[in-house]
Design a protein around this ligand. Sequence first.
Ligand SMILES: Cc1cc2nc3c(=O)[nH]c(=O)nc-3n(C[C@H](O)[C@H](O)[C@H](O)COP(=O)(O)OP(=O)(O)OC[C@H]3O[C@@H](n4cnc5c(N)ncnc54)[C@H](O)[C@@H]3O)c2cc1C
Length: 421
Amino acid sequence: MTWTRRKFGGFAGASLVAALHARPTRSQTKARVVVIGGGIGGATVAKYLATTPTKLDVTLVEPKQKYTTCFFSNLYLAGVRSLESLTHDYQTLTQGYGVNVIHDAAAAIDPIAKIVTLAGGNKLAYDRAVVAPGIAFKYDSIEGYDQAATQTIPHAWNAGPQTELLRLQLEGMEDGGLFIIVAPPNPFRCPPGPYERASLVAYYFKQFKPRAKILILDAKDTFFEQDLFEDGWNRHYPGMIEWLPGQFTGGIKSVDVKTRTIRTAGETFNASVANVIPAQIAGELAQRVGVADQSGWCPIDPMTFESKLLPGIHVVGDATDAGDMPKSAFVANSQAKACAFAIAAALTGSGQSAPHLFNTCFTLLAPNDAVSDAINLKPVAGSIKITDIFFSQIGESDEVRRRAAQQAEAWYAAFTRDVFG
Ligand SMILES: Cc1cc2nc3c(=O)[nH]c(=O)nc-3n(C[C@H](O)[C@H](O)[C@H](O)COP(=O)(O)OP(=O)(O)OC[C@H]3O[C@@H](n4cnc5c(N)ncnc54)[C@H](O)[C@@H]3O)c2cc1C
């Protein structure tokens, strides 16, 4: 079956809101939910829980005063969007929805006493907790690339100062220079992200540094939407982008930060600017409090997003091991709504129904050439499986691609309003 985006978009948000509003409260005491992490997953859970008539006491713990989206940050690297246009605050969640936002980091969770301890020392009691810390990097996976190295060779895989540093370096690079992207092994945040980055940096180079080259050293042997990317690179940036798979290089072995040298099993490459995106695991808090297993990711009940390791604590977003669900903002938002529904149902003792889960991603080959993919998913046998899938096709007209790019812009505005109010 071929799905259109219209079929994907409409129903889940509406049914969630209807279900949340249908639940009566069982007691006058407000149940307390503490949500840790004010990124896409956490902010969505907090907002949707705060809109239920069950009168929940919702606290969101997030160290940053403002959140900058990773999605569209490649457009910032291309010089097309400002970082300010990708930055959102928590005012509407606080003032419009009554979420109690605390700007601190969670340091520990006592799952028996049901208490979250903050880095600043405060303690928050909860009836349900939600952990949404995003990702952490496996700095030991490439020799020489540790946290200190990110100040010279940014990963720019969390948006903000890292993205600004990479943009500055790209601006300062000489025409004819070599930009190397080291792409991570699966699973990682945003499967098309490194290749969209190559596309949009190539768009910038084409205008301002036309003799520059981009080399992608990949840990993998194939990548998401590879045919669409390679077609786009041939059309827009012929000869500018080269991709080398892991089986060709033998893998990325080490990085020398001082000389910006990257060594694979058989060769050494000298970058003018380098962007190393390391292997990833669930955010550090997930490891510390015990909701992550040996894989580094968090196993969850696919109906409720409750941790399979620590009852009473739910996990949403990139930190989860959620079957076929990719690590995307759209998925984090979709999981968060299902999780909010499940928490509201559990706290009021009302019934549970299977969540609607889906993902739509727009990927930019150039600012006026976007492709998209969409999947429908459902819980199956303790995991989450794809039921329907849609992909853009090679050979679509310029007009179709231009419209997809316009839809991507509209999606950004509507989506961030849905998350941050
Ligand atoms: C270059 C790039 C492009 C992308 N493009 C797209 C796209 O086009 N579409 C799409 O759908 N997705 C895209 N993504 C993916 C998307 O950004 C992520 O999937 C999404 O941000 C995941 O949301 P999250 O809530 O799990 O994590 P995050 O959004 O990273 O939020 C985690 C939050 O937790 C906070 N936190 C961490 N530890 C603690 C703690 N101890 N206490 C309190 N708070 C804590 C952090 O400060 C952070 O704000 C892209 C990603 C990248 C890198």
